[in-house]
Design a binder for this molecule. Structure first.
Ligand SMILES: [Mg+2]
Length: 319
């Protein structure tokens, strides 16, 4: 064994022991939640060690980035039926004749394993642009949009409003980052949080209405599953500096694409705690564990992220 390898192993052993000791400082109530059979880790001790550091650092050092569709909203309802995402506010609009068979083939191809890099991006972007164009062509008014959003029945997961409120009360900068429709997210959160606190920023596909309240376009850049990362956010946006100034970042998502949300912020993996919801599809567990530190299965609430956030916040209050 070379001395270099030996040195590496000693370092690893030391890191593991430190994590083990830190993990023991996590409050028992949170520990037992994380011991559930539906909560999965690739490296449990190291992740608990990271979580313990987040708790010790407190709310002042924390920022949050969360996906919206099927992360802050449930993916499956009580009867096992899939829940709507924000684009479904348009209902059949996404099935209009302008969305040709060719476009739909592009979308399917974009998600296929065979497509790579720039091909995927081009195909998916082409599909979304056609979809958005078809929505604009309908000439929907703002009032109609508000009514449709209400009727879609999209709702937050249990405790999601409490999670957002707690983060806001502790002044934790929170970015809701979505490839969905930001207007629908704002409308929902405005009702749920009454009003949306200043610490919560929403970035998504934003609809532009003219002076007669008619939809004329979607704001650029177009956001989709493969380009949802910090580089598409305006450099002058205060949320970027708010998040960058806090060392610890909590990321919530429900797809592998959500793992790139913090890309461009220069965060170290050591300072990023990624929590993923595995909404069914247990065959994807090992893939999810390759990216998320904690994977929560069979749970349509935000019970665990709420417990983690409130434990971090409480530690600030006690210190
Ligand atoms: Mg999602």
């Amino acid at each position: 064994m070379t001395s270099m390898l030996l040195f590496y192993q000693i370092q690893l052993c030391h890191r593991f022991k430190q994590a083990q000791m830190a993990a023991e400082t996590i409050p028992e109530a949170l520990r037992s939640l994380l011991d559930s059979d539906d909560v999965h880790f690739k490296h449990k001790t190291l992740t608990l060690g990271k979580l313990a550091r987040f708790i010790e650092a407190g709310a002042d050092q924390l920022s949050v980035i969360s996906d919206f569709d099927h992360t802050l909203t449930p993916a499956i309802d009580e009867d096992g039926n899939p829940c709507a995402v924000t684009h479904q506010v348009f209902g059949d609009a996404l099935k209009l004749p302008d969305i040709t068979q060719k476009s739909n083939q592009d979308k399917i191809a974009a998600y296929s394993k065979e497509s790579t890099g720039s091909d995927k991006l081009k195909m998916l972007e082409a599909w979304w642009r056609r979809a958005h164009d078809s929505v604009v062509a309908q000439g929907i008014t703002q009032e109609e949009f508000i009514d449709r959003t209400r009727k879609t029945g999209i709702r937050l997961r249990h405790q999601a409003a409490a999670l957002l409120r707690s983060l806001s009360m502790a002044d934790v900068p929170t970015l809701i980052f979505s490839a969905g429709i930001s207007n629908a997210i704002s409308q929902m959160l405005d009702i749920e949080l009454d009003p949306i606190p200043e610490t919560i920023h929403i970035v998504g596909n934003e609809m532009i209405f003219d002076e007669s309240n008619r939809l004329t376009a979607f704001k650029e850049p177009l956001l989709h599953a493969f380009n949802k990362n910090a580089s598409v956010i305006e450099k002058s946006s205060p949320i970027l500096s708010d998040i960058s100034s806090r060392p610890n970042l909590l990321v919530l998502g429900d797809s592998m694409g959500d793992l790139t949300m913090e890309k461009g912020l220069g965060k170290e993996r050591e300072n990023t705690l990624r929590i993923g919801f595995l909404n069914g599809q247990m065959d994807k567990l090992s893939q999810f564990l390759g990216g998320f530190d904690i994977v929560i299965a069979n749970d349509q609430t935000v019970h665990i992220p709420f417990a983690i956030a409130t434990t971090i916040i409480s530690s600030s209050i006690m210190n």
